[in-house]
Design a protein around this ligand. Sequence first.
Ligand code: HEM
Length: 464
Amino acid sequence: MPDRKLQQQNLAPDQLSFLQSIRYSIFPGSFNTKTDREKYRGFFRTLILHFRPRTVPERTLRFTLTWGLGGMAVMLVLMLFGTGVLLKFVYQPLPDRAYASVLHLQNDVFFGQLIRNVHHWSGNILLVIVFLHFLRAFFSGAFHPPRQFNWIIGLCLFLAVLISNFTGYLLPWDQLAFWAITISMGILEYMPWVGEWLKKLIQGGSEMGPATLTNFFAIHTAVIPALLLILMPFHFWRVRKAGGVVVPRSPGENHEIKSKTVPAIPNLILRELVVALSLIAFILVFSVFFNAPLGDKANPGLSPNPTKAPWYFMGIQEMLLHFHPLFAAFVLPVFIAGSLFFLPYMKYDMNPSGVWFVSQKGRRMAMFSAISAAIATPIGIIADEFFVDFTAWLPGLPAVISNGLLPVTVLAVVVAGFYLLLKKKYAATNNEAIQAIFVFLLVAFIILTITGVWFRGQGMALYI
Ligand code: HEM
């Protein structure tokens, strides 16, 4: 319809420009005058400005402030949605069909293997990117006011991404998936009071079977995507409400340092585009060369040796080898997750948001903690594997005390002592000392995970 006809319809100016823009999008050949091109550009500019701010502080454009990690997470979620929808056309969530449908996808469907690879690697990389984004938010103090609540939303997103990866893991119904999920379900059982019930609820019965696959499929393809669609916009809105990403505060005053602002188009949008396109290129190339793993069809009667949980739960599986299950699978994870949720609401000596590692001293302390954990954790693992055996040394005590309460209390005393030592040695603020403890536990957990993934062989024996 020519513009003249649209104009005759007595439309409001914004309706008119919207309809004209649609026409230019569908018939790009029709925008050949300068005014047409400007209108076309105007349409996209308006569209983008519905999602992104009109202006941004110039200093927040620095790549090393956020490392583009939040944006990469968004891009990965979009890729997962896109490839996930395509996978749904072929995949069949029934134990006797699932594996065959994945084989059919890989062997007979045009680009099927590539789509599965992109979905698989995007999911795993998303977990790593979200973890790094979480670390960046922590170390740049972005959990302090006014961003406390966004930290909580972020943690919920982290949980959603974890559950999404976990439920997706089972869907191919191969040996790898079946036994990794069986082991993880076993970990759940150690939760006091509700563990058994929760396991049955998620599994859809006392054994892994068709109901398990149905539940996992529904959670993976409906519940978690819906949750992400609600939480993500909420998360971005909170970033906007806080005035954009975190920047340092003016000394002694209770507000962030104001800096020159620049239009988001093209300054921010172009940068985001570069990050998004580079990520897509990387995942595509990676997916061309590396296929998503697929073992033999699941055989509930034959467990592989060793049977390992998915890599992101290996830290917990490794802890199970050292502590009583009640402590390894419940008390310690719940305590650590609870502390993370509580973190923004603790009383701090200062608000160092926007300053990496709190201060120069904070950076030195973090380094000291990382090195201490990198030395102490392997020593602890080896000592416990070959020399220490509280259960044999204290035969009169129940295992929950000798192998649970006792070693965990010793650990808590060591961590508390380390906190006090750091505070005294460096005359540190509680911000710096809490950060140092966080680094200590973080490095310890990473080493436990690496040990579980790479240094455990048959019967989960340690090989060094
Ligand atoms: C699917 C998962 C997530 C997505 C898509 C996401 C996305 C984003 C984006 C796009 C931003 C804007 C700044 C940036 O790019 O860094 C942001 C900021 C933020 N995110 Fe996330 N995020 C996710 C998970 C998390 C997690 C796990 C945490 C931490 C617990 C977190 C905490 C924060 C905080 C505190 C901010 C504000 C940072 C600032 O103002 O500098 N987010 N997120």
